[in-house]
Design a protein around this ligand. Structure first.
Ligand code: SF4
Length: 702
């Protein structure tokens, strides 16, 4: 290590990429960030970091950081002052609200903000701007888990803890490539030497390579697989009948419904042998602690919510909800996706209060000292519906915060068309230019991770502290400061945020708002959080266990439904909508690589990661490559009825089955969302990114 890389100060914080929530320290030398390392005392990672975390500090010195506010003028985006920017923004929002009504304003935010910022933004959007059309990019990754939990248990919130990875006898991962996407969770898996690890995935992912039993399921057959396991559990009496009778509704109906999901029927759908199905069901049903984890393989599906319900059924049938080593556990995507779920105004009101519940609305209004009529009785438009409302000219002004939809939205042409319809588009980001900022009427420069304070909640509901190591570059401000200053321009700052100056003010109010709720923060402090490496909620005042203790939900079998019972839900398998055809013979699967994050605005600026993974690739089975006379490293085009991605490098590999291809989604230059489908889960509104029909052609010579 060169002397320039030796830190003189270390600042404790939490990783700003994925939802594992690793504790880390940022090394600063003479006021400049020079390195980062894992926090040995953090309960999640005990000093370890994955490649992204180890290189995260490079983000802060990246060339493409946004430094100054810009407004579109005669010469394109021109630098302006913050006063002019926020005055113009408030004026445009007022103009649109007066002309078309406040619901003509839409806001799309992100799981990258700290909880204090998202909570502040929710109040500002709902009570200050007066619109409910507010959602996060979280709808592109985990809204399915949210709606699945709410339907089964009456509330969102993954019931388990990371400790369950180490205590389970059987771990079933469905559509979850944690070795690539949540690498530090593998440390928890490795600590469990007695487990049987079962991985279901259409592709032989790095996680599949770790499995004791690999289930190479056909694309989108996960729901049939889960129903088939439930059928065998019931048929062979491998269920906890006492738990079912005391804590659930719908058992008899579910039994009748599952009758047809016998092993022969499920084998035909999944491609797995009946013997394998029987073996897996018996392992799961007999385990003392059976854990199911899932991520985007389940969530990125138009049947996603129902698949989550079927997974929850398995855990309920066997009494595994809230049990040590057992849980139906959605592994979240972004560092603070959970924080956005708790503080709400998207799929719930803050504190998982329900829009339709009058008592919940009255309680919230009273906590905030506002008239109950200002609390909405139903959620506003979800992300994809905001985009279609823009196309229909129902939404005229859009505020996009810390997300890059021009790369991440499915069937990208529809989005491009929509953004062109807007009267006012403001994009707030810590990077500029991005494919999205260059289309904006206004760009607001925001502080990045490492430059601001607050908290993130990880996948196991652990709330960890985030700290600033250095100030933001140029005139960039924290998102928190931008929200408060805009509130000042709109004239609602003192009403909504009385005396607020720093994120701690938002945190203290949020603690009061969450008190007594499932996600109770009221006993937490920043100081205790830092001392113990995060605290899991619920953590009420006078919590009866130490901050370090693993906390689980529903340990008493009482759920957040009206009668306290969980629901067993009948969820019917269906084939995916766009089946392969003669013209489009391959099923396209998309996913990630360990070196990159989302649309690569962060990791694309880090040389060490770019050197390892500089470009997109397409994986194809050798049988298909031979038939198409393609060779490794050939450049190919990927074509669907919606578009074409040009000149992607071919990898010929047996990790992908014949008839399927895989492409990572991070790369704007080879944007796979040129060809994906814009169809959505009807309940969660999450896109069906995973399966669509494409053909692969050798690219024309450059
Ligand atoms: Fe960060 Fe996730 Fe890697 Fe941990 S596993 S260092 S939280 S990206």
């Amino acid at each position: 290590i060169s002397a320039q890389r030796v830190a003189d100060t270390w600042v404790k914080t939490t990783c700003g990429y994925c939802s594992v929530g690793c504790g880390m320290q940022i090394g600063v030398r003479e006021g400049k960030v020079v390195t980062s390392r894992g926090d040995q005392n953090h309960s999640v990672n005990r000093g370890k970091l994955c490649p992204k975390g180890l290189a995260e500090h490079y983000v802060l010195n990246a060339e493409n950081r946004a430094r100054y506010p810009h407004l579109r003028g005669k010469n394109g985006l021109e630098r302006i002052s913050w006063e002019e920017a926020l005055g113009t923004m408030a004026g445009e929002f007022r103009r649109v609200a007066e002309k078309y009504g406040p619901q003509a304003i839409g806001v799309i935010s992100t799981g990258q903000l700290v909880t204090e910022e998202f909570y502040t933004l929710g109040k500002l959007v709902q009570l200050g701007l007066g619109t409910s059309n507010f959602d996060g990019n979280t709808t592109l990754c985990m809204s399915t888990a949210v709606s699945g939990y709410k339907r089964s248990f009456g509330s969102d919130g993954p019931p388990g803890a990371y400790e369950d990875f180490t205590k389970a006898e059987v771990i079933l991962l469905i559509g979850a490539n944690i070795a690539e996407n949540h690498p530090i969770l593998c440390q928890h898996l490795d600590a469990n030497t007695k487990k049987t690890l079962i991985v279901a995935d259409p592709r032989v992912s790095k996680t599949a390579m770790m499995a004791d039993i690999f289930l190479p399921v056909k694309p989108r057959s996960d729901l049939a697989l889960v129903n088939g396991i439930a059928h065998i559990l019931i048929r062979d009496g491998l269920i906890d009948r006492e738990y079912i009778d005391r804590h659930t509704n719908g058992f008899d109906e579910l039994c009748r419904f599952l009758d047809k999901y016998d092993p022969e029927y499920v084998s035909g759908i999944t491609g797995l042998s009946t013997e394998l199905l029987e073996r897996v069901a018996h392992l799961y049903g007999k385990a003392n602690g059976a854990f199911i984890g899932w991520t985007m393989g389940v969530n990125h599906s138009s049947k996603g919510t129902e698949t989550v319900n079927a997974i929850n059924n398995l855990a309920l049938l066997t009494g595994n909800v809230g049990r040590v080593g057992g849980s139906p556990f959605s592994i979240t995507g972004q560092c603070n996706a959970m924080g956005t779920r708790e503080t709400g105004f998207t799929s719930s009101l803050p504190g998982y209060r329900k829009f339709e519940n009058e008592t919940d609305r009255e309680e919230l209004a009273s906590l905030w000292g506002v008239a109950v009529e200002r609390i909405p009785t139903q959620r506003g438009l979800a992300y994809p519906d905001i985009i279609s409302a823009v196309l229909r000219k129902k939404i005229r002004a859009l505020w996009i915060i810390a997300t890059n939809p021009l790369v991440s939205f499915p069937n990208i042409d529809v989005l491009k068309q929509a953004l062109g319809e807007l009267e006012f588009l403001v994009v707030q980001d810590c990077f500029h230019p991005t494919p999205t900022t260059v289309l904006a009427h206004m760009v607001l420069p925001a502080a990045a991770w490492g430059e601001k304070e607050g908290t993130y909640t990880n996948s196991e509901r652990r709330v960890s502290k985030v700290n600033a190591a250095v100030p933001p570059p140029g005139e960039a401000l924290s998102d928190f400061d931008i929200f408060l200053r805009l509130a000042g321009e709109l004239g609602c700052r003192e009403e909504l945020f009385p005396g607020w100056k720093e994120p701690r003010d938002a945190f203290e109010e949020w603690k009061r708002v969450s008190e007594g709720r499932l996600c109770d923060y009221s006993g937490m402090t920043y100081e205790v959080m830092e001392a113990y490496g995060g605290i899991q909620w619920p953590y009420p005042k006078n919590a009866d266990t130490a901050p370090t203790a693993a906390r689980r939900l529903y340990t008493d079998g009482v759920f957040e439904t009206a009668d306290g019972r969980a629901k067993l839900i009948c969820a019917e398998w269906e084939p995916f909508p766009e089946q392969p055809s003669q013209d489009y013979p391959f099923v396209l699967n998309t996913g990630r690589t360990v070196e990159h994050w989302h649309t690569r605005t962060k990791t694309g600026a880090i040389a060490i990661l770019e050197q390892i993974a500089p470009r997109a690739w397409l994986e194809m089975n050798p049988v298909d490559a031979k038939r198409l006379m393609l060779r490794p490293h050939d450049l190919v085009d990927i074509v669907s009825t919606r578009g074409r991605v040009r000149r992607v490098e071919l990898r010929v590999t047996e990790v992908i089955a014949p008839g399927q291809v895989f492409v990572p989604f991070h790369f704007a230059e080879w944007n796979i969302n040129e060809v994906t489908q814009d169809i959505f889960d009807p309940i969660s509104r999450e896109p069906n990114y995973k399966q669509c029909a494409v053909r692969v052609e050798k690219a024309a010579s450059a």
